[in-house]
Design a protein around this ligand. Structure first.
Ligand code: GTB
Length: 215
C-alpha cells in the first residue's frame, strides 16, 4: 500500500489546504487505499525526511522502491497507474495533463504570491501599494479561466486530474472571497468539493486535526 506524509499539525486545522489533500483526493477517486505518516515541522527538516523530499516538505509518496515528491508528479503517477483520472484517448489525455500543468504553473503562482503577501507582508511599507498589483494578477487569471470554462462542468470533458489540481488551487482563495466575483469558478469548485472522493479525502485530513486536538 502506498504511504504519503502529511502535517501532524496543519496550520489550517485540517481544512483541506495542505497539499497532501491532492494525493488523498486522487487516491479516493481511483479507489486506492493508502497509509499516512504524520510528520512534525521539525521532523520534515531532519535527514530521514530530507532523504524523501529534498526541500523538507510534505507530501511525499512511497510505494515499494519508488519515492516521489511534488504533488503534480504524484497525482500524475496515480493517474497513470489507475483508471479514472485521465482520458483514454491520447490527445484528450495530453490536454488533461496540460491542465495539470496550467493549475500548478499558471494559476497557482499568483495565488500563492497573493496569499503569502497577505499572511506575511501586512506590516511592510510597500504592502498597500503591492496588494492591488497582486490582486490584479490573480483576477486576470481567474477571468481567463472562467471564460474558458464557460458552461462546462470540467476543463476537459469528464472530470480529470487537471480538475483535481485546479480545484485544490482555487480553494486557496476561500478565505479571501475573491471567487465570489467569479460564479462560474465558485460553482466549479463547489462541484469538485461535492464529489464523494473529495469528501472522504477532506474528512480524513480533518480527522488528523481532530485526533491531535483530542490527544
Ligand atoms: N510544490 C510542492 C508540491 O506541490 O508538492 C509544494 C509542497 C509544499 O508547499 N508543502 C508545504 C510544506 O511542506 C505544505 S502544503 N511546507 C512546510 C515547509 O516548506 O517547511 C502548503 C500549505 C501549508 C499549509 C496551508 N495551510 O495551513 O493553510 C496551506 C498550504
Amino acid at each position: 500500500m502506498p504511504t504519503i506524509t502529511a502535517f501532524a499539525n496543519s496550520p489550517d486545522r485540517g481544512r483541506g489546504q495542505a497539499r497532501d489533500m491532492r494525493l488523498r483526493w486522487a487516491f479516493e477517486e481511483v479507489g486506492q487505499p493508502y497509509d499516512v505518516r504524520l510528520v512534525s515541522f521539525a521532523e520534515m527538516k531532519q535527514p530521514a525526511h530530507l532523504a524523501l523530499h529534498p526541500f523538507g516538505q510534505i507530501p511525499t509518496f512511497e510505494d515499494g522502491d519508488l519515492v516521489l515528491f511534488e504533488t503534480g508528479a504524484i497525482v500524475l503517477h496515480i493517474a497513470e497507474h489507475h483508471d479514472g483520472l485521465l482520458p483514454k484517448d491520447a490527445n484528450a489525455r495530453s490536454r488533461a495533463i496540460a491542465w495539470m500543468f496550467a493549475a500548478l504553473n499558471t494559476m497557482e503562482p499568483p495565488l500563492v504570491e497573493l496569499g503569502m503577501a497577505m499572511l506575511t507582508e501586512r506590516d511592510k511599507s510597500w504592502y498597500e501599494a503591492r496588494l492591488p498589483l497582486l490582486t490584479d494578477r490573480v483576477r486576470t487569471r481567474l477571468g481567463e479561466l472562467s471564460r474558458h470554462l464557460g458552461g462546462a462542468d470540467w476543463l476537459e470533458g469528464a472530470f480529470s486530474a487537471g480538475d483535481l489540481l485546479m480545484v485544490t488551487v482555487l480553494r486557496r482563495l476561500h478565505a479571501s472571497r475573491i471567487l465570489d466575483d467569479y460564479p462560474t469558478l465558485s460553482s466549479y469548485v463547489a462541484r469538485g468539493e461535492s464529489r464523494p472522493a473529495f469528501r472522504r479525502a477532506f474528512d480524513a485530513q480533518l480527522a488528523v486535526f481532530t485526533a491531535a486536538s483530542a490527544g
